[in-house]
Structures are given as structure tokens and as C-alpha cells.
Design a binder for this molecule. Sequence first.
Ligand SMILES: [Zn+2]
Length: 1005
Amino acid sequence: MIIAALLLLQQATAASDPQPYWQQQVAYEIDARLDEPTGVLSGTQRIRYQNRSPDTLRTFSLHLYLNAFRPGSRWSAADSAEGRRRFNDLRDPDFAFNHVRNVRIMGTPVKPIYPFAPDSTIVRFVLPRPLLPQDSMTGEMEWDARPSTVPRRQGREGRRFDFAQWYPKVVVYDRYGWQEHPLYPAGEFYGEFASFLVDLDVPADQVMGATGVPVCGDPGWERANQNRARPVEYQRGYYGSRTPPADCAAAAPGRKRIRWYAEDVHHFALSLNPRYRYEGGGFGDVAVHVLYQPGDENIWGNGVAVERTIAALTWLDRLFGKFAWPQITNLHRIEGGGTEFPMMIMDGSAEQGLIVHELGHNYTMGILANNEWREGWLDEGFTSFQTDWFWETIGRPGGYEDTEAGILLLDIDDYSEPPSLVAEAYRDFSSYNTAIYSRGKLFFQQLRYIVGHDTMHRILQTYYERWKLKHVDEAAFRAVAEEVSHRDLSTFFAQWLHSTTLYDYSVGKVKTVRRTISRVDSLGRVNRQTVGWVTRIEVVGKEKGRIPVEVAVVAERDTGVVRAEGLAEREWVEVPTRSKPKEVLLDPGVLTHDWNMLNNTKRVDRSFPWIFGGRGHVERYFHPYFSTRSRRDKLTAGWHPTVWYNDAGGVTVGLRSLTDYLGRFEQNQALISVAQGWGSDEDVKDIDFFIRRRNPLALRAPNASQTLDGFKVEGRFGITAEAEWTRRAHLSFGPTWSRSATLQWVAVDDVRYLDTGLYDDVGTVELQLGSGVSTESGDWQLALRSSLGGGLAYNKDGLAASGRPDLDPFYFRGSVEGSARRPLGSFDFGVRLYAGVASGDQEAAKQRQIYFQGADPLQQLTNPFLRSRGALLVRDDFHYHSPGGAGVRGADPHLSTAAIVAFNLELERTVMTRPSGLFHRMALAAFTDLSHGIGGSSRDFSGGRLRFLGDAGLGIRARHRIGDTEFSTRFDFPLYVSRPDLAQDRDQGDSEIEFRWTFSFDEAF
Ligand SMILES: [Zn+2]
């Protein structure tokens, strides 16, 4: 009895919605005239407004959106903050405006209030008397509107005009009150459903498209029609008895008047271009108008854009339901990209994907009208999702995988923000875009994964049927999704829309049971017969994200799949199979946003070697040197042979393998090499190795990277351990910071490999703490790096450093390096300042001193073309420059000392660029490098200690791209070297000015 009463009570509560849905009723009557030479549309406007809210209104607000596209607006301020210059610098007559004058409400003149001044995209008026619920009023006003010459969702160019958000537009009053909101770059629009009667007076030769239907007058379609076989469908009578009178007034000579009418739309857009070409088509009773530009004949014309628009409409009609309006106009606007308006899409191209996306917005945004700055995901994410679904249905999937992996990397490094933020609250414009488009799209894809395709389709149809031509929000959509799917989706909505949590499920314990039945045969014997297997699997949730996860058991002849709810941290599921189970796989379709797929598999039989997640879950391939494969669901392992040469080991051959996961983890290397002794005097035959473990999954932390190297290479062995942290303040601008700690031990065991000008026969152990920042400021690209640390040098017999009395076991080592680059006229200007010191009570070992020419010996330890005596790039007859140190590129690379300050300057002029490939950029350069050494030098010089060393010259640079690898080839000609006897490229008796050359695969700095 009590239970029944409680149930009744619960039903009663559910049935009585505390606040039933309502929306305001608005009707616009606009009469406007376009003055083409000034670009100004001037009009009068009457707004009839009925207050259907339960509240008494005391003010009334209008959007004047065009005022965003001018200096002083909040839009311009947000642009400036992110380093963009668009409307900030526009002068009259280039910027946009929408001025409103002589406003009378309820017949009484009212004064404008600009609550966000100096931004004037919102104007507010105090009502002469309060407007009670259900009461109506009228507002009348005059205005001028001009689009900007820099287009953004609107614009003008010569006689072309894209008018969007161009008239004083009623601010939505909803259950949160007046939605007064200045226009920012992030976030779009929100409007009251209204009827629009728009009378336009324009030059007689203009061709125009607009929201609504032309009641009377000539939009120019007949004359512009390219498909004479298909008469233009005006739909002048679509609204039947509600259609306003077709009595367009007579126009002045050379002008024409057109009357447009639309119902149930929250915006009215229009576009004019006297050179528009027209093509028409239809889908059911929906007319399709396409307006394109001269030159578009083959890409828009010949029915292409019409067909694609109809294809999109067909798809959307099937997905959601019948289109709510009489027509759709698809036109080629001034700006690239695309923007949606009711009954109109303005597109920069006639690509099918763009048309499906923008036309999809006529459903999600136009008909299902969300507040675009509060819940942009509900239109952008939604239409991006349905566009991918469209491609899937015609066999072109792929949108999901790319987005999913991209978002995952942002999640892992803690750059993601949830899709549910108010648009201008995002850290920056690209975070906003990523959240509402990409993460928003994933939300719908995840929902479809949870409920299934068919249920998802029913959710969309129910949502459309219930909410078309109304304002929608998350609650509206969730209520429908839960009702149709019969699922509690609270955790899913909360996590996907309101957080950016990580997901990781792994296979825990696995137990397999053979299912048998006993049969008694004709002789009375009991036989046990196997009829199948049951695998019990523990699904372990290792992160906070919760989502249902599919568990597959691959058996010898069949595969069983069940779904774990994924809510508990540990959950057991049972998967029956007919044949013997071999392997367990979590999320075989890669649909759960699981960041670590490598713990998603387990062999059941355990007879296999179990390395890197099990055999079959590593993609092995031949690594083509310049590109590394990476996958979302598997470890990749590439291998290739290597070969190089040095004077001690001669020709050295090896085999190298490189692994990767997600382009972020397990970037491990293993290299084994054998010196053959061929072609060398020393005939050393060594077997060497280099092993690197980088970014293991177990050490995942946002922005953190870890590297551990162990090596025995060419007369040296040791270990390097490095932890690095890198963080961008914003994804598209602002500073990037880095910090690092490096511990390196390098021991020398075979001096035959070593250039004794670069190495003392001692081992070193060194700790370095590094920090850096790079940023842009105006045209400047700035970078600052410093390192601070010290170490210990020791010889083989103990701590005393070698037999050298002048070598101190302990040394300090530090450097500071700042660089700045900027364009200077048609040149690129670059400057670098450097100071480095490596010293103790006495000087440091040679391999730890500061070098005049470039990088120090240990920086070249991992490069077989540089690290040993006689290697290919460091031979006597080859003049190579490894950037670093004081950077005096013309100097002998053996010159080092305890401390140097240096200054480098470059002026570069690009002479050729092309999109990619080899030689995609060629430049000529002039440079000078000036340095001052402090302390003793690694060599004895005539004239004692080396103080000033400088060079100057010219260079030729080229940039190349092969696969994923971008690199330079740089020939520098240090025609002047202050100490010709210390130049790298030198001959006896050289003077300061000589022809000399150096080469490098890297930029100088
Ligand atoms: Zn969009």
C-alpha cells in the first residue's frame, strides 16, 4: 500500500513540470534601401513583441551585431589578446556598423543604454511601462547598417554584399532572463523565433538570395538562371492566407523593390551580387536555390551544388524528419568556410562535406535552436557528428578515428576543456573550437556507441519532433535520449560534457571454464562432452572515466562479445564461446576513448611470448628512416638497417628498431651495430649498442616526458636519464615553457675512436637543470634557454681525474642563450646572444668545455655521423657545423675554453618557396658571429690565449621535407675569419679574407 502510494507520488512529481516551456513571440517589419557606393543599408523597422513569459518585463534589448567588426568592440579586444588583427585596425569606410536611432517603444521615445560600452553590440531600453505576461507591445526605429570589408560571417566587396545579423535584432528572453551577450570571436548567435516581412530597395541588376520567399518583386533569378530547362520556383504563395500583400511599391529608375516573407525563423540573412549565377532544384516541397559566382561553372554549376544540396537534404530528412521551411538557398559567399542561417547557407566552396555540415545546422541551430554561445556543442558538435555519419553511410568513414586520437592527445597533456563552457570562457579561440566541434562531435559518437545506431536514430527523430522550432538545451536533449534509450545517461553526460577526464580499461584476471555435459551412451557409459567455454574476465577501470566497454573473446573458431557497464572499478563479465578461447580484447572497435589500448589484450593460453601487449598487437614494419608510424590501438615497431663509417671501426653496420604508441608513448629505440674494421687503419672490431626507453606508459603525466638511454658506442659507454616538462600557455599563441633535469654518465674505454682534440681520457658524471621559454611578441619570435649544473670527472683508476694535474675533478657548467627573430622588410632578421661557462678551480675536461664553433662533444654522442674521429661529417676535408656553443661557424670545431660570450646575427632573404618536398624553401643569407673567450684554451696558440674570435660571410639555405622529417641544408661561406689560422676550412698562409665553406643539416640557431 505504502509502496503503491510512493509510486503514485513519484509519477505525479514527474508529470508536473515545474516550468512549462514558453518562448516569446516576435514579428519584424523591415523596410530598407541599399546605397551601394557607401555600402550602407538604411531602414526603418517595426517589432511587434508578445511577452509569453511568466515574468513582467521592464527593459527591452537588441543585438547590434555588426558593431563587433570594428575597433573598440569586445570582439576586437579578444582578437588582440590572441595576437590576431582583423577589425582592430579597420578605418572608415572599411569597418562595419549598425546604428539605431529614433527608437520609440509603446509609442514613446526611449534612450539607448549600452551596458557593455565601449562595445555596442547590445543596446538596452527601459520600457515606458512594464510589459505584463501575455501583454504585447510595438517598437519602432530607424537604423543604418554596413558590413565590413574584412569578411567574417558577413562582409562586402565591391558590389557583393553578404548581410548577416545586420538589423537591430531582439535579444532572447528565456528562463534565465534577457540573454544580453556581446559578440565575441568564440560563440555565435541566439535568436527569438519570429516572422519577417522585409521590403528591400536595391539596384535593378542585383541578384539576391534571402531567408524566406519573395512575395513580390524580382530577386534576379530568372535572368541569372543557368538551367533554362528548369523554371524558377519562387514559392510566392507558400504561406497561403498569412502571406502579406504582393503589392511591391514602384522603385526609382535603375532600382527595384522586393518583398520577402518568412515565418518561424530566428534570423533573416541576405546576400547580393549582380554576377550571381542561379540554378534551382527541389526536394519534396522544399525549393533549392543555388547562387554561385562566375568561374564556378564546373565546381558549383552544371547541377553539382544543387545535387549536393539535395543529397544533404535527403540525408537530414531521413535522420531527423521533414524540413520545416519552404526553401534552402546555398550560395558562394565572399569569405571562405561556411556559415549557417535559417533557409540559407553561405559557403566558401561547394564541397559535399561542407554542405552537409552547414545544411545540418538548419536542423541543429536553425530548427532546433540552441543558444550557440552557451552550448555550441549542441549545434557544432551535433552537425559535425551527423556529417561523419553521412560519410559512413556512403562508405567513407574515418572522421571518428582522427578526431578521437587528436582529442586524446590533448586530454593526456591536460589541454582539453569541456564542451559545456560558455564560449568566451574558453582559454582561447582554438580551445573553444576544439571543445565544441571535435569534443562535441565525440560526445554524439560516444552516445551512439552506448545506445546503438538504431536507438540513436530514434533519439534524433524524437528530439526533432518534440523540439522543432523551439529553443533547446542539454536538458531537453538528455531527457529525450534517456526516454528513448531507457538508460540513465547522467554519468555519461556529466563526464563528456562537463569534464575532460581520462578513460583507461585494462584486462585484469582471466579464468576459463570448459562447459561439458554428461551423456549416457547406448552401452550405459557416461561420456563427458565439451559443449563450449566460458571465459570470466575482470575489467579494471584505471582512470576516472566511466563508459560501457565491449569485451571480446577470440576463440579458435568463433568470437564472443559482451558489454561491461564500466561503472565499477573492477567488474567481472562472462563471455561464452563455442571453441577454445585464445585471447581477450577490450574495446575491439576502439570506441571508448581509452587512452591506453596496450593493456586491453591478454592471451588466454599464455603459451605465447607476451611482449608489448601480446603478439598480433604490434604492427611491425620496415621503417623508411624519415617517417615513424604511429597507431591509436597498437604499438608500432619499425626496423631498418644502418651503416656508417669512422676511422677506428671502419664501415659499421647495424640494425635499429623504433617503437611508438600514439605518437606520444613508448618511443623506444634499440640499435645494435658491428664495426667491421673495413677501410680503417685501426681495424677495431666492436659490437656496440644503444638502447633508449622514452615516455613509458607507466610514467604518463601531463606535459611530461622521460628518456633513459643506455649505450656502449665507439669507445664510450654510459647512461643518460632525462625528465622534461613542456607546457604551452595556449594552443595557438603565447609562451611555451620547458624545464628539464638531465643526469649523464659517459665513460671512455677506447681512445682510438676519439678525436683527442675533443676528449680527455676521463669519465664524466654530470647533472644539468635546464629551463626555457619561447614566445611571440608582435612580429618577434623570442626564445630564452638556460642550463645550470655541474659534474665530476674521473679516470679509470679512481676519482682523481686522469693523470692531468690541471684537471679538476669537480666542475661547474652553465649557459644562457637568447634568440630573437622577426621579418624586416623583405628580410628575416635573427640575433642570438650566448654565454657559457664550464670551469672549476681548474679547467674542465675537454669534452665538457665550451666550444667556439658549435655543439660540445657529448651533444653529438648519439649521432654516428658526428661522434667519432673520421666519421662521415667530421672528416678533415669536410667542414661541418653543429649548432651550439658560441656558434662561430667558421672556426675550427676543436677550439674550446672555460667561458665564452658570443653574439650571432643573421639576415635571410627567401628567394623561393613551394608547398612541400625537397627544396621547398630557398634563402640567401648574410651573417656574422662574434665571440670573446675567457680563460685558458684547449690548444696552444701563437699569440697566447684566444680572446676575440669572429667571422662574417654569406650563405645559401634550403628547407626540405621527406616523410615526417623537416630539415635544412645550409652552406655558409665565412669569407672573413678574424684568426685565419683557427678557421675550420684553412690552408697555410691564409689571410683573414678567403673563400671558405661549412655545411650543416641544421639552422645556425
Ligand atoms: Zn558549424
